[in-house]
Write a protein that binds this ligand. Structure first.
Ligand SMILES: [Zn+2]
Length: 921
């Protein structure tokens, strides 16, 4: 047997272990030992699949990733050990807008260039160069955490295989009439020059001016707005149909001159207009408000665009044309004031919409975009729409949410879902597979940044997986929303579309789809999870995953969000270097409930590192103590002592509990139970007893091995390293593993244990608990009376009151009571007897215990007396302090609370000492 190092050095061990795992090939489920694999009732191998939510390619590993990796690796390792072909697919996301922004910023900073200076081709080359660096970094970091991902199936949302899948999906959806081109008011970022999805818009409370004014002298009433400049595009005024003030105007059309621009305004009724906001009348600007766009469609209003994609006033607005929004607003206000048309100016709080990428104010404006129609009834979905099917999947529980409360959030969002705008005006990403050709060669295409607006009659359109043949085709300039490709992640990584022929899944797709769990942060439930469900329903007519497990955010120890600027961030790679990956994983797995935020700080991590070291030391003790024996006696059930039965029975129950907990995603509870058993039951009790009762090698090794298996999904590195040091136990009654195949002796492919009937000893727990409590009571009494550890005492125990059986049980355990750090010289166990004078008395579960020889009566009386005086003084001082008003009011509440606690503790101690003094008499 090898010499085991005294201390566990994670830094020396982890990389080597990860290499050994990779070399074994077991990360790939196809390579798992055949004899490990369980079958379903049809004789097929059981599979368990998770797709890793692909981190953005520009990401550096943060604690949120680490939490995700720890949870998913735990699940994958657990199911692998349970006999499933466990597949965990790695990959990265190209994160179109985010990545393009990072590279644009870098370009501007380093070379003072914009992407337009470079042009599309050169710019994209820059992006790819940059990606190669960052992709390598994040993938290396993921390995550091111990993640047992099948690297042979690694994918990237923008690689060749995924590009094929994306184009096929687009073409299929286009042909099914799900994808369409339409004009719509979109969230437009004038800086990014791109549309943003509703949930890519951030809101910031700010003060704004609300102006109440009349369009002109001859317009009959005033309206209110915070954006007077957009009023240049008003085509109606909306009022509430119930509003008596305006009833008579409804249906009328007014032609008026608004600050030099002619407007034709129809008065319309809309029940959404709030009667008590402003004047109760709203100018309707269809081109620059989503709500107004809706009203325009319902009332057949004209749409006049005022603001262009560059954020400036468009042509045809006279002097205003080409001016910025701010400038125009100023001129209009001045104009209105000059004509005495402003009735009121007031400051209000309102929500400003900002681009989530760059913080620029969003301009809602109409634009030609590609959309996914979520309400179109589809034949392949039984004449239901994507939206209806996605709602149904949650309602009929084919997809379950953990924790359950997220189902409601998902459904709320789904039920309010509008058509999904999938085109983005950026260069990096999947380019839309649509091509145009001008029929009349004379009209030239304007090569603006935007799609050339060409009338459909004049151009041919080609939509296809392959590029079109022939000359003159020009591809749509836009790219797809990044969620379009990541929405296909569960099946594009499993070989779709090649593995899907005539509505039948083949290959990996047939074996591993639908996947079992999607584990991700709750903040992308709507952005990503919902889209994955719709995409899979469309492509495969099946759900992408059976369970959605949502983890919370990782916060600092005070419950604050971590951020670089606040300096409270923790870099997981630094943590791994300093404390080891296992300690970092454990800190993230323990102390959090599903969906709840988890708090973490250095103290917690170093505490978990201490536990990892403890496990190492326990193992070292077990291995070393076995080594020192020439031969160990074979263990037979008949020879088991009470404590043996107790630990085996407890372990048996623990296995059942941990299995249940992991099946139900209670990772934290499982970890806490394992820790309690390992540290308390096994180390503090069983290991200590083994020094007295001896010949426990077989059980020690057996329990340790089971513990290593149970711990492995949580802390894979240290458990694997210890496992290496354990020689397989030769022909033992405790291990039924037959000959093991060479190379299969890694812990990661050990079989997950079940309950062993032969180790069920239902009475052992209660019996040993009594012994434990007696020992603890004796230790506590010694501590309370401040007895030197070396001083021996005498103990008399009366068991009689609870009957013969306990008397015999206590007698049989006399050695443990005497020797387990109780410092007993002479121990007598009797059925019953008289009260003993000059002794300390304690009762445990009906058993009476007298401790003698502990105290020298007179000396002890003097000591206690002195201590009582001392305490009384301190209590008086404390009470005085707490009755001092100034102290109570001025001191920080924490200090006052501490003072109160101290006082309470002293009062309790005084009571206790007085009791001791009485007993001495
Ligand atoms: Zn922006």
């Amino acid at each position: 047997m090898k010499e085991i190092p005294k201390a566990y050095d994670s830094k020396k061990v982890e990389d080597g272990i990860y290499k050994a795992w990779e070399k074994s090939g077991f990360f790939n489920p196809d390579n798992l030992p055949e004899e490990n694999i369980k079958k379903d009732k049809d004789g097929n191998d059981l599979t368990y699949t998770i797709v890793l939510p692909p981190p953005n390619i520009t990401d550096k590993l943060h604690l949120g990733h680490m939490a995700m990796l720890a949870i998913e690796d735990l699940l994958i390792r657990y199911y692998r050990m349970k006999g499933y072909r466990a597949l965990w697919i790695p990959g990265t996301d190209h994160a179109a807008i985010a990545t393009q922004n990072v590279v644009e910023k870098k370009l501007l900073k380093e070379e003072r260039l914009t992407r337009h200076d470079l042009g599309r081709e050169k710019f994209l080359k820059k992006v790819w160069e940059y990606l190669e660096e960052t992709q390598a970094v994040i993938l290396r970091q993921i390995r550091k955490t111990g993640a047992s991902l099948d690297w042979s199936r690694e994918a990237f949302t923008l690689d060749k295989q995924r590009e094929k899948a994306v184009r096929k999906m687009f073409v299929d959806m286009y042909e099914a009439g799900v994808i369409y081109r339409g004009e719509r008011v979109v969230n437009w970022c004038p800086r990014c020059h791109s549309t943003l999805a509703d949930d890519e818009v951030e809101y910031k409370e700010q003060k704004a001016k609300l102006y109440t004014f009349k369009y002109s002298k001859d317009f009959p009433f005033a309206i209110a707005t915070t954006r007077p400049e957009t009023k240049l595009g008003d085509t109606a005024v909306a009022v509430n149909p119930k509003d008596k003030r305006y009833k008579k105007y409804i249906g009328k059309v007014y032609e008026t001159d608004f600050c030099g621009v002619k407007l034709k305004l129809k008065i319309i009724a809309d029940r959404h207009v709030e009667m008590d906001f402003g004047t109760g009348a709203l100018g309707v600007t269809p081109a620059h408000s989503m709500a107004d766009w809706q009203m325009a469609e319902e009332n057949n209003l004209e749409i006049i665009k005022v603001i262009g994609e560059d954020g400036k006033i468009k042509n045809n607005f006279g002097d205003y044309s080409g001016k910025s929004i701010q400038e125009t607003r100023k001129i209009i206000i001045e104009e209105l004031k000059k004509n005495n048309l402003i009735k009121k100016e007031e400051e209000i709080e309102n929500n400003l919409s900002l681009c989530y990428r760059c913080g620029t104010a969003i301009e809602p404006l109409p634009s030609e975009q590609w959309f996914i129609n979520v309400n179109k009834k589809l034949k392949q979905l039984g004449n239901k729409s994507l939206k209806e099917k996605a709602i149904e999947a949650a309602k009929n529980k084919s997809i379950k949410f953990i924790p359950e409360r997220f189902e409601k959030r998902y459904l709320d969002w789904m039920e309010n879902l509008h058509d999904w705008c999938i085109s983005r005006q950026i260069w990096f990403g999947h380019r839309i597979p649509v091509y145009y050709k001008i029929k009349n060669q004379k009209s030239k295409i304007k090569t603006a940044n935007q799609n050339s607006k060409i009338d459909n009659k004049d151009k041919e359109i080609y939509v296809g997986v392959e590029s079109p043949e022939g000359e003159g085709w020009i591809q749509d300039e836009d790219s797809l929303d990044t969620w379009f490709s990541s929405g296909m992640w569960t099946f594009s990584t499993l070989g779709w579309p090649d593995n899907f022929k005539d509505g039948k899944k083949t290959g990996d797709l047939a074996r591993f789809h639908p996947t079992q769990v999607l584990e991700t942060g709750y903040e992308i439930l709507t952005l990503w999870v919902s889209r994955m469900i719709m995409m899979s329903l469309f492509a495969l007519q099946e759900i992408p995953f059976e369970n959605v497990y949502l983890h919370g955010m990782v916060l600092d120890e005070r419950g604050k969000k971590m951020s670089k600027s606040k300096g409270n961030g923790i870099d997981p790679i630094e943590v791994i270097e300093k404390y080891g990956a296992d300690a970092a994983r454990l800190s993230l797995l323990i102390g959090g409930a599903p969906g709840n935020d988890v708090r973490i700080g250095e103290e917690k991590i170093s505490g978990q590192r201490n536990f990892v070291n403890k496990l190492w030391n326990i193992s070292r003790y077990v291995v070393e103590s076995r080594k020192s024996k020439v031969e160990s006696k074979k263990l037979e059930i008949g020879n088991l002592t009470l404590v043996d039965k107790w630990i085996l029975d407890k372990l048996n129950n623990l296995i059942k509990e941990i299995t249940d907990d992991l099946d139900n995603y209670n990772f934290s509870a499982a970890g806490e139970k394992l820790r309690e058993f390992t540290w308390n039951d096994f180390a503090d009790w069983y290991l200590e007893v083994s020094k007295i009762e001896k010949n426990k090698d077989e059980i020690l090794v057996y329990v340790l091995k089971q513990l290593l298996i149970l711990w492995h999904p949580f802390i894979p590195f240290v458990t694997e390293e210890i496992w290496k040091n354990l020689k397989p136990v030769p022909s033992s009654s405790l291990r039924e593993n037959g000959a093991r195949r060479e190379g299969n002796n890694l812990l990661m492919v050990e079989k997950w244990p079940g309950r062993e009937r032969k180790f069920s000893f239902p009475t052992a727990e209660g019996d040993f608990k009594l012994i434990k409590n007696i020992i603890i009571a004796i230790r506590n009494a010694r501590a309370e009376y401040k007895i030197e550890p070396s001083k021996k005492i005498n103990v008399v125990i009366y068991a009689g009151r609870i009957g013969n059986e306990n008397f015999r049980s206590l007698q049989s355990q006399a050695r443990l009571i005497r020797e387990l750090r109780t410092g007993i010289d002479k121990l007598e166990i009797k059925e019953k007897g008289d009260k003993i004078d000059q002794a300390v008395y304690v009762a445990v579960g009906g058993v009476e215990i007298y401790l003698t020889g502990m105290i020298d009566g007179e000396k002890e009386k003097a000591r206690i007396g002195k201590e009582i005086d001392n305490l009384k003084n301190m209590i008086t001082a404390g009470e005085k302090k707490l009755s001092n008003k100034e102290f109570i009011e001025k001191a920080p509440p924490r200090v006052v609370d501490e003072e109160r606690e101290r006082l309470k503790a002293r009062q309790a101690e005084l009571k206790n000492l007085k009791k001791q003094a009485r007993e001495l008499k």
